[in-house]
Design a protein around this ligand. Sequence first.
Ligand code: BGC
Length: 741
Amino acid sequence: MVQSGIIRLLEEMTLKEKIGQLQQLPGSCFEEDFVLTGPENFMNFTEEDLILAGSVLSITGAGKLKGIQKRFMEKHPHHIPLIFMADVINGYKTIFPIPLGQGAGFNPALTEAGARVAAREASAAGIQLFFSPMADLVRDPRWGRVMESTGEDPYLNSVFARASVEGYQGKKGRDGRADLKRKGSVAACVKHFAGYGAAMAGRDYNTVELSERTLRDEYLPAYQAAVEAGVETVMTSFNLMNRIPASGNAHLMREILREEWGFDGVLISDWAAIGEMVNHRVAENEKEAAFLAIRAGVDIDMCTRCYAGNLESLIEEGRVPESLVDEAVLRVLNLKNRLGLFEDPYKDADEEEEKTILLCEENRAEARKAASESFVLLKNEGILPLEDLEDAALIGPFADSGMIYGAWSIFAEKEDSVTIEEGLRKAGWKGRMAAGCVLSTDYPKVGMGGAQCFVEKDEARDEKLLNGALKLAKKAGKVILTIGELNIMTGEASSRGMLDIPSMQMKLLRKVAEVNPNIITLLFTGRPLDLREIAALSKAVLVVWQPGTEGGNAVSDVLTGKESPSGKLPMSFPYCVGQVPVFYNEMSTGRHYEPGNPDQFVSRYADIPNAPLYPFGFGLSYSKFEISEVSLSGDTLHLGAGDVLQASVTVRNTGSREAKEVVQMYLRDDVSSTARPVRELKGFEKISLKPGEERKVSFTIREEMLAFTGSDDRRRAEKGSFTVYVGNSSETENSAGFILS
Ligand code: BGC
């Protein structure tokens, strides 16, 4: 529709109709044609809400969705279509590794390709907008949602946020917008704005306090990268930000997002987050919450009646100008228009295509690549790759489990996963398998999407399972042990105080280690864990995260050496839980501690090391790489001159296998007007080298990469000396210096 048509439509709409556009309903409201009673309507939506709504969440299936859209439009006074939105996070039916695993892949091209696969699959099923990417910076592994993030680094998160947005929507055209009408593209929604990942003590939904500098320099860049990539929508977060709820925070939404960054898309609240301002005790009731949210800039109210029940009276009372509602509605109508819904309200929904596209070979192949590149080898005492599969026994509760995808894979079916056992069998393994224990008897019954992993304790059963596994382990040359966190132990509302694995899995590891020291641990996890004992009892530890549909094939590719592991940690793995948050890009203290320094009055723990067990950027390979000294194309950058420096190294594969390595560049501002991180990732490149092959890798250093919020609250680079590090982990000391003059 041409823009004047949209404006005319807006003028013709009644106030009630306009407010309807700002209402998002849960899909359950539409499960049976406009059924308004019973538990599915726990939020007391009215028949009128259902006729006038602007969007709906979590309905899928081309046929069903077309039926709902058709009936809906017939009843709507202006026949305005709904937008169908859903949480497609790391895949729709073909599931990719959890975002934390994708971060470990350090390969944004794979993430972009995966996002395209998800968009093609889900759009065939009728979904038009994804609540993804999550660009929250995460530093505390107790927080269950770290699995939805790409980790602890602002630059890494920015690169991945951009890759996801471009994968979902396509790249921006000359008009600064992606072509959302294109078949197979969906609108993206970056979340959770802002700072949700800094929930205090890692407890979900908890308070966030961040200085403006930390917010701007570390937490905001990844959301901003999504905005720059043209993301169509932004979701608020549940948390308080410096004592003002993010969903009523005009500083975040009006000043930073809209005015500074120029975002003109749709802002949607997180689920019920407007109403929760009453619980935060900054609004007396839902009406006051609606007042705060619309004033601060939230366009769509996700799943409460705060707007539907109160905006009209707020306007009548003169507290909210109708123009504020008009602006919000216009943004929603514009989004519908850009999606082409006024011409084709079903967009790409297609039952026939659903049959051919979902889980097709091509999509599975992408997921397999993404999974194998996400695995991080933390330890290997010469046991991997497996030259001889035959003498290996496969043990552990994940061995034949299809539940190897993350908590947000709510549309996935475990039957579609390739299990570890199946993957190994396809690679020719004929050995025996034993579960050894059930997944867990310690953790709750039902997780997101109804995932059920928990079983009741049963001593006789547990003993039988354990003995079966031990019998196998005794006879085998090696044991591939599949242990870790269950799907339901991570994700939203799954914060944990202990960074361990279920007790019976730990018991299994200890018992197996007594009869067979050759343990290759495949660690399934959605967060960094305390791996001290697991690593000590294993000859090799491969972190496979929650690898997704093709997990079994990807694991067999890596175990057999068809692929060398090439993942790097996107988040530090702590020494123990008492150390968190622990992250590489911390500030220098006034009392620096060097390991071995006996001085007591320095910044250190009396009982544990300062360093994490495995640092950010770390990950082993089956091959070996030599990285030359850093060579700089010059020693000076001139402030404001727009010049650049090249930092180069030559990387040589000195091992005997073709393998990939992630070359990482970090910068350090040696002295600055406000304290700066000890170093910050500013570039990386994943390269593949054959044995004996070498390649020059160069990174461009620009002035804007040196910018930060200075003591005058302005973002800019300051003159002085800098250090550039290039290596294959955040601990590299391979460095050179230059001056910004
Ligand atoms: C989550 C969001 C999600 C939304 C819609 C909320 O509980 O925080 O990440 O997109 O629900 O399902």
